[in-house]
Structures are given as C-alpha cells and as structure tokens.
Design a protein around this ligand. Structure first.
Ligand code: ARG
Length: 518
C-alpha cells in the first residue's frame, strides 16, 4: 500500500496473497461462497402454465428465470420450494368441455342420468386437446351462445358436476404428462405441481374470515377488500373476492393459495415470477394478504415481473406466419440451427452432434434470456444467441469445453486421475493475463451473493462472461501443456481446473450444463 499526492491510496495485490486465496478457494467445495447467515424457506411460484393450452414462448421466461432464481437461492443456503401453480380452473376448461360436447355428445360425461363409472381412457390425445382449445376459443369469440355455454360449463365444473369433473381429470392427466416432458426438456424441475384448483377448498373459509373480521365490504353485489393507500400516485382498485354472481376470481385463488402455502410450508418468503403486466394485480393481492393478516408480518411477498420477449422487429415474438410461437417449435428451431453450426465447425458423429446441439441450444435460449435484466423486454435473436462468439451461452460452453479438453490431455500425459487436480498447488501469477484471471476468479463469491440478494441471474451471466474473457486471454498468451517447468505446469492446470469448476457452477445456477466436446 502506498500513499500518493494529492490524496490517494494505491493498493497493489501481492501475487502470493492472490495465489493463497485461490488455493483456499480450490480446496472449498463452495468455491469460497459463504452461506446465508440464516436459512429461509422460500417458495418460488413460477412456470404458471395453463392446463390444456400449448406452452408458448410467454411461459418460457417464467420457467427459465424462476428455475435460475431457485438454484441461486438454494446455493445461497436457503430451503427452496418451486411450485408450478398450474392454471386449471378457469374458462379454458369450460371451453374445452363445451367443444367436446359438440363433437362427441354421446360421451357419458354429458349424460346427467349416467350412474356407472366413467371410462379410464381419456377421450382425446394431447394433440387433439391442443387443437380443441384454440378452436373453442375462436368459436366463443364469434358466437355469443357458444360463449354462454362455455361459461355455464365452467360454472358447472366448479360447482360439482360429476361428469365434468371426470372429464377435467382426464384433461389434467393428459396435459400434465405433456407439460412434464416439456419442462424436463428445458431442465426445469418443480418440487410442487400444485394447481389453482388445489386452493379451492380454502375459499369458503377465506370468505367468512374476511367478512367476520370486517375486512371485506359489499360493493354493487360483489365482495371486495379495499387496498388503496394514501401515498398511492396511481389508483389501486379494491381486491375483488367474489363477483356479484358468487363466482370466485384469479384473485381469490391466489389469496387461497397463500393460505394453503402458509399452512403447509410456513414460508419466510414467496416469490412470484410472472409477466410484469400483472404487477398491479399482485400489488392488490399482496396488500390484501397483509392487511387481512393471511401472512405473518415478516413474511416476504415479492413480485419478480419480467418483460416481453420480442422478435427482431421489436414486436412480441411470433412465428413466421405471424401466429403464436409454440415453445416446442422454438426449441426445435434452435436445436436445428445449433446442429448446423456444429457440423459446419467440424466433422462429428451425427448422433453425438445431435445430442451436443441440444445441450448447446438450451444454453443459447437460457443465457439469451437470463443475461438481460429480467424486468426488461428483450429481443430473441436466434443468430446472436447461437453464436460461439460474444456474450452468449455457446461462448461460455465453448470456453468450458476448451478447458476440459486441455485437462483431458493433461490427465493422459501425466497419468493422474481427475479428482487429484484440485489438490495441485497454485503459484503466484507469472504473467499479467494470469493475474487478471486469478482476480476474475475471486469475483465468484460476491457475484453469487449479489445475484441472491437482488434475485438477479444476469449478475451471474455478467460474471461468467468476464471470467471466460479473462480465461481466453490467458489461454491465448500462455503455453500450458508445453510448459517445461513441472511445478509451473501443475499450477496452470490447477488454475484451469478452478476456472472450470467456477464456470460449471455458474451455468448450473443458470440452469444448463456443458457437453464434453462440441
Ligand atoms: N397462469 C398464469 C398465466 O398464465 C400465471 C400464474 C402466475 N402465478 C400466480 N400465482 N398467479 O398468466
């Protein structure tokens, strides 16, 4: 340390201090990242797919961001519970039931006098189901009577019609099976597969609780809770609990779900990863839950609103024909583009290349999303996201694969086994680029701490991008495997192994993995 005029302190990091720190980091399973001082139970409400509607790109962001937030908080030492909170109770159910009734009126589900058991087999497949919903939705927009029928069917389903209930169970089973497949392809996994309908049993109790404690009032036949506050600069309308016809709403379900969550898991925090256009709605729900004491005073309720995923034209992402892009098709397109790039790069076994393309494509999709601050809109740019250069998922994976390949050659050369690499000693840096890499590595702990505090996966992206750049500069300027001094070579290898572990931990927090080769 040195004082210079007119009043600066210059700090110079000593090479031996840095190499000591890096050795300690390498010896630590958590790579130097401390655990949160107290363990919290956090429920993350993400995914939010609607049963029987095909997953579209709008649901991609919630799944990708929510999964990463969950992994980051888990790594920080919290108990995390991801809940997909499926939409299974609204008008879409009535629409499907109505359309089925028109197509197959003889099914026993529509026969009020039916006494026997209902068939085990669903009267539709997933592809039929996915065709039925848009057809029904379209009809209901053009045909008033049809719409009324669907509303009536929704009401009947929600009020105990046995036949409709049996049909609804078929819809759930068929569509959840398909959703599980889709989410698993995205490397997204939920601890809970709860649905809107699971909260229904809590609604009658909620309504009488709100009435008895004077929280709710009648307004033109509807039951509402006022949630406006004096300091509001924009109008926050009352939270509607029951419509004048007695029907419950999205609101009601969310409040009932909060009760269910508090009873079963007593979370310290619930984080909702939802389109930011629902922000006002969640303001109402959170204020209502607090005011009516459905949660403890210290329970955190957080809304993590994300922006829209746009196409290159700056408008919400569409297919080439201008329709809503199905998630499956989007993934297929990226897989194909990735495969093309991989085969263009080098010759490869077609089967292996296909598997690799899938892994790399997922990194392109997820990193493309997560590297932006979640609340911002972003442009889904296939060419940019799948590029091996620049701030992209494939670039990060390329860096990891490069390191892995050097390590593999070293293992062959030295006869060591992989698990011994982390015990190799790290020497003080021999060059400027090596020191820069060392300093970049020390950024890991603060990066994950900030990401966890701010619920900000883009901080992880920013960090691993810088680390990759630092590594690649070091790599281009150094001889590693041809280094003659054995201790120096071992030190380089130790640095590489540490870099690999940090990068792989980083992408794990983002929710994707690296292939062995690419
Ligand atoms: N199903 C909803 C939608 O598609 C998202 C659910 C978000 N979570 C919640 N607890 N409301 O918009």
């Amino acid at each position: 340390m040195e004082a210079v005029r007119p009043g600066f302190l210059n700090l110079k990091l000593s090479g031996s201090f840095l190499s000591q720190y890096l050795s300690e980091m390498a010896a630590d399973e958590r790579l130097g990242a401390e655990k949160a001082s107290e363990e919290k139970t956090v429920i993350i409400d993400y995914g939010g797919a609607n049963v029987a509607k095909p997953l579209h790109v709008g649901h991609l962001r919630s799944a990708v961001i929510g999964e990463s937030i969950k992994r980051i908080l888990r790594f920080a030492g919290h108990k995390t519970i991801g809940d997909v909170h499926l939409g299974d109770w609204g008008l879409q159910m009535g629409l499907i039931i109505t359309e089925l009734k028109h197509r197959q009126p003889d099914l026993p589900y529509f026969d009020d006098s039916w006494e026997g058991a209902y068939p085990e087999e669903a009267p539709f497949t997933i592809s039929e189901l996915e065709e039925i919903y848009p057809a029904a939705s379209l009809k209901s927009k053009e045909d008033e009577a049809y719409k009324k029928e669907a509303l009536e069917a929704t009401y009947q389903l929600q009020h105990g019609s046995k036949g409709y209930h049996a049909l609804w169970e078929h819809i759930l089973r068929v569509s959840i099976e398909d959703l599980k497949k889709n989410y698993s392809n995205l490397n997204v996994e939920f601890e809970l597969w709860k649905k809107e309908s699971d909260a229904q049993p809590y609604i009658p109790g909620l309504v009488s609780y709100l009435k008895e404690n004077g929280y709710a009032r009648m307004d033109q036949g509807a039951l509402v809770v006022d949630v406006a506050e004096e300091t509001d600069t924009k109008k926050v309308p009352p939270c509607m609990i029951l419509k004048s016809d007695g029907a419950s709403l999205y609101n009601t379900t969310d409040l009932a779900t909060i009760i269910m969550r508090m009873e079963n898991w007593a979370p310290d925090q619930i984080i909702y990863v939802v389109d930011k256009r629902q922000e006002l709605y969640f303001t109402q729900v959170f204020r209502c839950a607090r005011k009516t004491k459905l949660v403890r005073e210290e329970t955190g309720l957080d809304f993590l609103g994300f922006g829209t995923m746009n196409g290159k034209d700056g408008k919400p992402f569409k297919t080439r024909e201008g329709g809503v892009m199905r998630l499956e098709n989007l993934i297929r397109e990226i897989n194909e583009e990735m495969l093309r790039k991989i085969l263009e790069n080098h010759e490869a076994d077609p089967e292996e290349a296909k598997e690799t393309a899938k892994v790399v494509a997922l990194s392109a999709i997820k990193y493309g999303d997560l590297s932006n601050q979640a609340s911002k809109d972003y442009v889904f740019d296939v060419d940019k996201f799948t590029s091996f250069e620049g701030n992209t998922g494939p670039y990060i994976l390329y860096t990891i694969v490069r390191i892995k390949s050097i390590l593999k050659r070293y293992l062959l050369q030295s006869g060591r086994d992989a698990s011994s690499l982390k015990d190799l000693g790290i020497l003080p840096a021999a060059s400027e680029s090596e020191k820069a890499l060392g300093i970049a590595l020390t950024g890991f702990a603060p990066a994950v701490r900030t990401a966890a505090e701010e619920l900000a996966p883009h901080k992880i992206c920013g960090y691993i991008y810088e680390l990759s750049n630092a590594f690649n500069r070091f790599y281009h300027e150094s001889k590693i495997l041809t280094e003659e001094k054995e201790a120096q070579k071992e030190s380089y290898i130790a640095l590489l192994e540490l870099t690999r572990r940090v990068l792989e931990q980083g992408i794990d927090l983002l929710g994707f993995t690296a292939p062995e080769r690419m």
